[in-house]
Design a protein around this ligand. Structure first.
Ligand code: VG1
Ligand code: CO
Length: 553
């Protein structure tokens, strides 16, 4: 094998965001772009984590989106050139994000590379992404991603093996120079892990006993996982997994499991006589949406913040959690529903910045075993990523153990803990300068806003969220503006770190309602006054020129 060093000039903007480096496919296709980033990753690791990839085992896979096949071949050649001893690649280049995490942990690999832009659209005009996961199976922490970024600014050459494309369509092992490359089944190890977590006998009884599930893989990575686990191992009726063939352009759809992009699923479940539970996952399989038929009070998509709280409250019903939870965590903009459960259980509850990487230390230290984000992400200590298929199995296991419908589990939870009405407004693709100006203005008002009234809402506290990691002592500042009101309502403003066009302003709204007689009120109605306050307080229309959000989630 011949290894060559190829000169390259640094590319601007190769800074990983909330979850890896994410750009338009056209940017990733620029000559040397993938190579410059991957070499920067390899170069940065010795100093950032104390050891480089030479002599190590790495895991490599992706969500199957457009350009996955080309990028993966480039990275295989670069891994060989950089001295990787063993490379485990998912068959056809496929590995969901949680499955990658499971394989890294299960095989005690050094780390892994995931090719995905997650819930962002794919295809030649869509998005692509690369993220690095560390030895614990989780997203590289910030000090590592920053080290990679610094290296991208000074890189001069990359190393690559002169070798042809490797066939990835059959399980096999081969040598590329000194590197051993093994093509692995992308599903098997993950499915085996799920069998250790949940009560598969009980789930089989449920699914063979007439309970109907509809799992929509949105033509993204989870199709093969859903077929194997729900249909083959658990006996759900064939066809319970729909849109289950991964497609490079996700069938032209947006692989984001929310009521806007998975509207068909909501209709299928909420139509009388429909399936008993609906579920969907995103591009790379780490997000989940759970949809329940209506019982007159609840019905439709379960809010992700609520879902986290409900899973926490029912965790003791799952074999994996039979000894209970030491603590839980949620990202800062996630509603405080889970805090109420933690208070009742008498366990710790942490508030972390947006992005899964901030849960890693807490999970590794055993301070928490369950965590989640408002953006349809829930996960636990079985891997170090949020996990879509796992969350659906969790719901099914709770339903089976309680012998109740999904909707009654939701309404029972609200009756017991009160309901945290919750909604997110996204203003997509606004000019970066305007978005920054809006946040800067709020930052400047942190001390002057308290005491200000907006109709019935009086501002009681404002801050620019900073997180102090209790495990490694690091501080992460400027994570979003939190505005608390005297009546307990809250608005959070922050800018997205995963978008690829201009800036996306995310506005998170929540209000607590203890009165069960009010729990059937539609969320948009319950939060309409607060939504109006969110626009006035930040002068959204004046600064961004937008009179309404692009997405309501
Ligand atoms: C968004 C979500 C965040 C999530 C991230 C990655 O980030 O808000 O909760 O962790 O996406 O999810 P941002 O910075 O755009 O708000 V995934 O499934 O796209 O990897
Ligand atoms: Co994702």
């Amino acid at each position: 094998m011949n290894v060559i060093s190829v000169p390259v000039t640094p590319f601007a903007g190769q800074r990983p965001g909330t979850s890896g480096l994410r750009k338009k496919v056209a940017v990733f296709r620029e000559r040397g772009y993938v190579e410059a980033f991957v070499q920067s990753l390899f170069d940065a690791l010795p100093e950032a984590v104390g050891h480089g990839v030479a002599g190590q085992t790495l895991v490599l896979g992706g969500d199957g989106r457009f350009f996955n096949d080309q990028a993966i071949q480039t990275i295989i050649r670069m891994a060989a050139a950089n001295g990787v001893a063993r490379l485990l690649v998912g068959r056809d280049g496929i590995l969901s994000t949680p499955a990658t995490s499971a394989v890294i942990r299960g095989r005690q690999a050094f780390g892994g590379i995931i090719l995905s832009a997650s819930h962002n659209p794919g295809g030649p005009d869509g998005d692509f992404g690369i993220k690095y996961n560390a030895t614990n199976g989780g997203p590289a922490p910030e000090h590592v991603t920053e080290a990679i970024y610094r290296r991208t600014q000074t890189i001069t050459t990359y190393r690559i093996a002169e070798a042809g494309d490797v066939p990835l369509d059959t399980i096999a092992s081969m040598k590329i120079g000194a590197m051993e490359l093994s093509v692995i089944d992308p599903v098997a190890e993950y499915a085996a892990l799920m069998e250790r977590i949940f009560d598969f006998d009980r789930l089989r009884d449920l699914l063979r006993g007439g309970f109907r599930l509809r799992f929509d893989a949105l033509h993204a990575v989870t199709g093969p996982y859903a077929r194997e686990i729900f249909e083959r191992r658990l006996g759900a009726a064939p066809g319970s997994a729909v849109n289950a063939d991964p497609l490079p352009d996700f069938g032209g759809h947006h692989p984001d499991p929310n009521p806007t992009y998975a509207a068909d699923l909501i209709t299928a479940i909420t139509t009388p006589g429909g399936p008993d539970l609906g579920a969907a996952s995103d591009g790379d399989g780490d997000r989940n949406m759970v949809v329940t038929p209506s019982n007159g009070i609840a019905g439709g998509a379960v809010g992700p913040s609520d879902s986290l709280a409900m899973l926490a409250a029912n965790a003791h019903l799952i074999p994996w959690f039979k000894d209970g939870l030491p603590g839980v965590a949620r990202s800062m903009p996630t509603s405080r529903a889970v805090d109420r459960v933690a208070a009742k259980l008498g366990i710790e509850c942490f508030e972390t910045p947006t992005g899964w990487k901030y849960f890693g230390n807490l999970l590794d230290a055993g301070r928490i075993r369950l965590c989640g984000e408002e953006s349809a992400g829930t996960g636990a200590d079985h891997v170090r990523e949020k996990d879509g298929v796992w969350a659906v199995l969790f719901w099914l296991n709770v339903i089976a153990a309680r012998g109740e419908s999904a909707a009654s589990i939701v309404t029972d939870h609200w009756a017991r803990y009160g309901r945290d009405f919750y909604m997110r407004h996204d203003y997509d693709a606004i000019e970066t300068e305007r978005a920054n100006r809006l946040i800067e203005r709020l930052r400047g008002q942190v001390s002057s806003l308290p005491g200000t009234r907006f109709g019935d809402f009086e501002v009681s506290e404002v801050d620019d969220f900073a997180y102090h990691d209790p495990i490694d002592g690091s501080t992460t500042a400027h994570q979003g503006i939190r505005v608390g009101f005297a009546n307990g309502a809250r608005i959070v403003y922050r800018l997205s770190g995963t978008g690829t066009e201009g800036a996306t302003l995310r506005v998170y709204l929540e209000r607590y309602e203890p009165d069960a007689a009010q729990h059937a009120v539609p969320v948009t109605t319950a939060l309409a006054p607060l939504a109006a306050v969110s626009v006035a307080l930040a002068d959204i229309a004046g600064i961004t020129g937008r009179d309404r959000p692009s997405v309501v989630a």
